[in-house]
Design a protein around this ligand. Sequence first.
Ligand SMILES: Cc1cc2nc3c(=O)[nH]c(=O)nc-3n(C[C@H](O)[C@H](O)[C@H](O)COP(=O)(O)O)c2cc1C
Length: 437
Amino acid sequence: MTKQMHINLFIHSRGHHEASWRHPDASPLSLTDVRYYVEMAQKAEAGLFDSIFLADQLSLGEDVAQAARTWLEPITTLTAAAMGTSRIGLIGTCSSTYTEPFNLARQFASLDHISNGRAAWNIVTSWSAAAAKNFGDDVQVTHAERYERADEFLAVVKALWDSWGDDALLDNRGSGQYADASLIRKVNHRGKYYSVQGPLNMPRSPQGRPVLVQAGSSDTGKDFAARHAEAMFTAHLEKETAQAFYKDVKARVRKAGRREDQALVLPGLSPAIAGTEAEAIRYRDELNELTDVEVGRKRLSGRFGGHDFSHLPLDTTLSPDDFPDPETVEAARSRTEVIVGMVRRERPTLRQVLAKLAGARGHYVFAGTPEQTADFMESWLNEGCADGFNLMPPVLPEMLDVFIAEVVPILQKRGLFRTEYTGTTLREHYGLDRPAA
Ligand SMILES: Cc1cc2nc3c(=O)[nH]c(=O)nc-3n(C[C@H](O)[C@H](O)[C@H](O)COP(=O)(O)O)c2cc1C
């Protein structure tokens, strides 16, 4: 049987290209207008996508004067999107470093109830050094400790989600019995970082547990994903690294005692699509011309934990020595590996690095016809790179509309993508088991 792909829509700014917000094809709505997010969710649902995804950072970007870097808080926004849709999965980001397990378990269980089983949590530990300063920490918690805390956080959250048996809610008006207390358990967790008695103060949600998504790519991040993640986002600029990542994480999933098909790998793809390849390239170049190199320089600095790149000339060939060793980076470690790897291979100038990152921050950027886009996706699906894609349209909604109208039918004709929803929950769309209570 032909392997079918999963497609998630990553909604970010007015598109993933750094300059998308200024492009004439971008949505006229404000980024704080909830109708924008609901409209994107409805479009993705009309295109039969598995899910939509909202990222989150817990600080304001330093480049806000020249870059559209505002958004709405994900869980509240996804709640609104849930009310305007009926099938599409809803993935929201929340940081395990800066909240409490009890809060988070309630919020995502609520979203799962509200959406009838479509909620997912993108587990992040917050790589941004600036976020720490908004939560009372002058110094960011180290990379290793963030993941150690996250492991304990996950154990508590899972226990809270499982603290009600599936049949514990009776709501029997006749007998006067609202719940079967014998099926509700305390969690009594006392660990290094958290102390939580439980149980959760609401019945088990439709999916049992909301789906767990994660995007760490460092060694620690991949082992964490292997233990917990049911879907993994990942960024690659080359097919070879995508293949290596896929093979590596699937092996780690098996080693963690889990089935490979219960942990989907979804690399990012940002396609500019037009009737001819030349037109698609023109579209991408037009976007690149709208970028501001100083915005790119600040973002690069943020990825490397605030490292100063201001002295680097724009048009001189770079070497890996111009960057801190990724092993020493406490911020977005795996993305810094992607960037330094690209510098090692291609020896670009800083201007070229920034142009490449402007496209989709280190995810695969593509320009071509609908047929070429479908060919690309098919090859990554069948050559051990992906179980599906995290679609990151360079401009929203324009490039999403083109993808749905032109690429989806080709994928369907090739048997690579669903022609109707067969389930109602995100677990069903992704082919994931429902955890036992
Ligand atoms: C598609 C994608 C989305 C991400 N979204 C967020 C996000 O919303 N917030 C965040 O703090 N980090 C986000 N990250 C970063 C990861 O959570 C992680 O910190 C990063 O990949 C570095 O991984 P590492 O710490 O294991 O090296 C995202 C990464 C990817 C690939």
